[in-house]
Design a binder for this molecule. Structure first.
Ligand SMILES: Cc1cc2nc3c(=O)[nH]c(=O)nc-3n(C[C@H](O)[C@H](O)[C@H](O)COP(=O)(O)OP(=O)(O)OC[C@H]3O[C@@H](n4cnc5c(N)ncnc54)[C@H](O)[C@@H]3O)c2cc1C
Length: 367
């Protein structure tokens, strides 16, 4: 006996939300994906992600997409070069033969998932403002235009500032004491050949052993462009405290050049020659372990459930959470068993996995 198909909403078309919808679709279950972005190309999706064999890649296998991922991915992107502040190469890991963690651009991953799901299966330009659980175990979403919709299950896949999380938990993100300021270079920039040599095929990290408060990170993307992150250990309002408007590129530049004084000229050129803006990205995390008492009608996956500092696990966990949840729901629908019990079973696996990874990521950031 099979259950009537439950009405499921997935809030957020990030990697987790899209993979969840794609796996459900493979089992013949339609889920409504609500995304605040105006369309698939609304904003750059950010840099490159390495997907791990037992989490991100395993999830793509569940979605039937691992081969397509391997075609798009860049094993050579695992190369890592470390420099000191004088520009001397101090470590070089050439992991290019290593199949476990190939890189993929976020945009390529989103397009892979959207192509599989069908872009029309996402309701773009549909921000969720509020979630409320009704006494009969259903969820009511209030959308940006003020209309409401009711579902049997709402999946919060809407990242750090989830609008679903408040019905399950009081936790809110806290600043980690770290901020990444992003900028980028293309092959049209004068600095590009120098930077491309330093970054190689993958990533570079430049540090000053005597002052760990600021670092430079470079990352090659699949179109050859190089994304740079200026990593700062600082309060969330560092710019305000320094009397700098974070939107004023020249003022930020002057501030960084003073901060990085004494670094090798090639590294300083990274701060001096970017043509685009500096984008301020404070790094937040949820307290860990972040768990909640199971409540019918809503659940969370990915960053909405266990936002952690970026140490290479967040997207991987979002994908494996999504695969596990979708598989559990599909099993319940096929067997005619309880949807609620299936969601609870997923949460029992996801909570400890997320807590362990969050603690590892937090510790990694402290070093
Ligand atoms: C600089 C940086 C580097 C990183 N590098 C890595 C890495 O190498 N490997 C790795 O595994 N992880 C990495 N991460 C972490 C990774 O980006 C996240 O963990 C991952 O994107 C989480 O996926 P998600 O689907 O849960 O949420 P998100 O990717 O945040 O997606 C959430 C989606 O929900 C939408 N949304 C939000 N609010 C609403 C709303 N109210 N209504 C409708 N839609 C909404 C958003 O527009 C978005 O599309 C990095 C993070 C950062 C900041």
């Amino acid at each position: 006996m099979s259950n009537p198909t439950p009405r499921i909403a997935i809030v957020g078309a990030g990697p987790g939300g899209l993979l969840c919808a794609a796996v459900l679709r493979r089992h013949g279950i339609h889920a409504t994906v609500l995304e605040r972005d105006a369309d698939a190309h609304h904003r750059g999706q950010g840099g490159s992600l390495d997907l791990h064999e037992h989490t991100g890649q395993a999830a793509l296998t569940t979605a039937g997409l691992r081969d397509a991922f391997l075609e798009l991915s860049r094993p050579e992107g695992q190369e890592m070069r470390e420099y000191d502040h004088a520009g001397t190469l101090v470590a070089h890991e050439d992991n290019t033969g290593e199949p476990a963690r190939p890189e993929i651009d976020r945009t390529d991953l989103r397009n892979l998932l959207l192509d599989d799901l069908g872009p029309d299966n996402v309701r773009w330009n549909t921000p969720v403002r509020q979630t409320v659980l009704t006494p009969d175990g259903q969820a009511r979403l209030t959308l940006g235009d003020g209309t409401t919709e009711d579902y049997d299950l709402v999946v919060g896949a809407d990242g750090a500032w989830s609008k679903v999380r408040p019905v399950l938990s009081d936790a809110t993100p806290i600043h980690t004491g770290n901020t990444l300021v992003e900028t980028w270079f293309t092959d049209a920039d004068n600095l590009y050949p120098v930077l491309a040599r330093m970054v190689g095929n993958g990533m570079m990290l430049a540090t000053d052993a005597n002052d760990p408060t600021h670092v430079l990170i470079g990352q090659r993307n699949s179109d050859g462009s190089i994304r740079v992150y200026i990593g700062l250990k600082c309060p969330h309002d560092w710019a305000e405290q320094a009397g700098v408007d974070p939107a004023d590129t020249e003022a930020v530049r002057v501030h960084f050049l003073a901060m990085f004084a004494g670094w090798h000229e090639d590294l300083l050129r990274v701060l001096r020659e970017n043509e685009g803006p500096f984008i301020n990205r404070p790094v937040y995390r949820l307290p860990y372990p972040h768990t909640w008492q199971h409540t019918p009608g809503a659940t969370l996956l990915g960053d909405a459930a266990h936002l952690m500092p970026p140490a290479g696990q967040g997207a991987n966990l979002a994908l494996i959470d999504a695969a596990d949840l979708a598989t559990a729901i599909a099993g319940a629908v096929a067997e005619g068993s309880s949807l609620d019990a299936a969601v609870q079973g997923y949460e029992q696996i996801m909570h400890p996995r997320g807590a362990t990874a969050a603690e590892e990521s937090f510790r990694a950031l402290e070093h």
